[in-house]
Design a protein around this ligand. Structure first.
Ligand code: AMP
Ligand code: GLY
Length: 431
């Protein structure tokens, strides 16, 4: 089979890596890809992944049998719709389904209509009523831009004043059109946990739990990032919480197959949960694999990813058989100095081969490229995802950090406490 993956981050390297392991894969293309996909697939430069017609032309020209859409932007732009209408097998929901991620208001309405537990909220298109609602609920409180804002459109305000400022800056265009509609939401507490599911034909096949670390610095301090590290499974999740999360994913999947919402969602539904004292509640849905969650989930998958993705794309839920390794996976993100703010690019990266000699270690690339001298250099804020599989949580964490030490580039920055809080137990979340 010939497969095209759209995207170029660590998530897409992990997806391409898993697809490349399948005996069913012949030609594998990644558009645009990165310095890591370069070795296992053919990188495609210059293809506009958000333009369905351009992608369709590539599919025709290269005899592509399956298209896997990594990021949210092409999904929201309707690339899957264009391809599907032409009979191409696509892994990823259509534009309507992608609204579960693309519009927080739409997502909340979907949750309310289907009895999915989530934070209380109201959405606004005008400043004064939004401010009045903020004052009524009081701080702490959460303000969210409705649309896609690259993970930056959420402000958790400790003080009323900060919440009011957040509402004003949303309406003032701080997040572009994404902030034309503003959600004000009840503040929830508890550990966070991601549970992703393959969804097709109204059925959910849940993956394994993972927990992201969104803050830039140790001790969950500093600005929010795209994710600085992640691990799987999440040991602090109680059995009844896992059951509740799975049931929520199944109920949501069933709802996607019913009008008026989404007509046959075929892809990943990502449930971002908070484990509140009242039970798990959905913070957000995403319409795609998580980044960096994918980098710890897929290495634990023992089934053939091509079989799974094709069954999802073709609407055959009963043909999906997920088998998982019992091993623990820990991923530490190596970032450029200054990230998530401004950072320099083009720093030469050394030591990846040595790191991968450690048993169980795989390095997925996020922001890397080859320079004119064919050296691997930094090309983004998040540069590498260092993943280790181990027989215990400690084993996986130790190996991941051993590997991080072996890799070098100027300005290398990473958190030294990935998984530390969870290793200490649930009490570490009680304030
Ligand atoms: P989201 O993009 O909606 O997942 O929000 C980003 C982050 O903001 C989440 O991972 C949480 O840490 C935090 N957050 C979002 N909504 C809430 C809420 N209702 N209460 C507390 N924290 C929240
Ligand atoms: N890791 C968070 C996300 O992919 O949205």
């Amino acid at each position: 089979m010939n497969i095209l993956v759209l995207g170029g981050g660590g998530r897409e390297h992990a997806i391409a890596w898993a697809l490349a392991k399948s005996p069913r894969t012949d030609n594998l293309y990644v558009a645009p890809g990165n310095g890591g996909t370069d070795g296992i697939a053919q990188n495609v430069a210059g293809l506009n992944a958000e333009n369905g017609q351009d992608v369709l032309a590539f599919v025709r020209e290269h005899g592509i049998d399956l298209v896997v859409i990594g990021p949210e932007a092409p999904l929201v732009a309707g690339v899957a719709d264009v391809l599907r209408a032409e009979g191409v097998a696509v892994f990823g929901p259509d534009a309507q389904g992608a609204q579960l991620e693309g519009s927080k208001t739409y997502s909340k309405e979907f949750m309310d209509a289907n009895g999915i537990p989530t934070a209380r909220y109201a959405s606004f298109t005008e400043l004064e009523p939004a401010l009045a609602y903020v004052r009524e609920l009081g701080a702490p409180i959460v303000v969210k831009a409705d649309g896609l804002a690259a993970g930056k459109g959420v402000i958790v305000a400790e003080e009323l004043e900060d919440a009011e400022d957040a509402v004003r800056s949303c309406f003032d265009g701080a997040f572009g059109d994404a902030g034309n509609v503003v959600l004000v939401e009840e503040f929830l507490t508890g550990p966070e946990c991601s549970l992703l599911a393959f969804v097709t034909g109204g059925k959910a096949h849940c993956m394994v739990t993972a927990q992201d670390h969104k803050r830039a610095f140790d001790g969950d301090r500093g600005p929010n990032t795209g994710g600085m590290g992640v691990y799987s499974p999440v040991p602090i999740v109680e059995a009844d919480e896992l059951t509740a999360m799975r049931e929520i994913m199944e109920r949501s999947a069933a709802a996607t197959a019913r009008d008026p919402f989404v007509n046959d969602y075929r892809g990943v539904l990502y449930g971002g949960f908070m484990l509140t004292p009242q039970g798990p509640k959905v913070l957000e849905f995403n319409a795609r694999f998580g980044d960096p969650e994918t980098q710890v989930v897929l290495p634990r998958l023992e089934s053939d990813l091509v079989d799974i993705m094709l069954a999802v794309a073709e609407g055959r839920p009963d043909d999906i058989d997920l088998r998982w390794s019992e091993q623990w996976a820990v991923c530490v993100v190596l970032a450029s100095e200054g990230y998530p703010g401004a950072y320099e690019k083009g720093k030469v990266i050394l030591g990846i081969d040595e790191a991968e000699e450690i048993e169980g270690v795989t390095v997925f690339h996020a922001g890397t490229a080859k320079n004119f001298d064919d050296e691997l250099v930094t090309a983004g804020g998040r540069v590498l995802n260092v993943v280790a599989l181990g027989d215990s949580f400690d084993d996986a964490r130790e190996k991941a950090y051993e590997a991080c030490d072996l890799i070098n580039f100027e300005g290398k920055q990473y958190r030294s406490d990935i998984g530390k809080r969870a290793a200490a137990g649930r009490a570490a979340w009680e304030n």
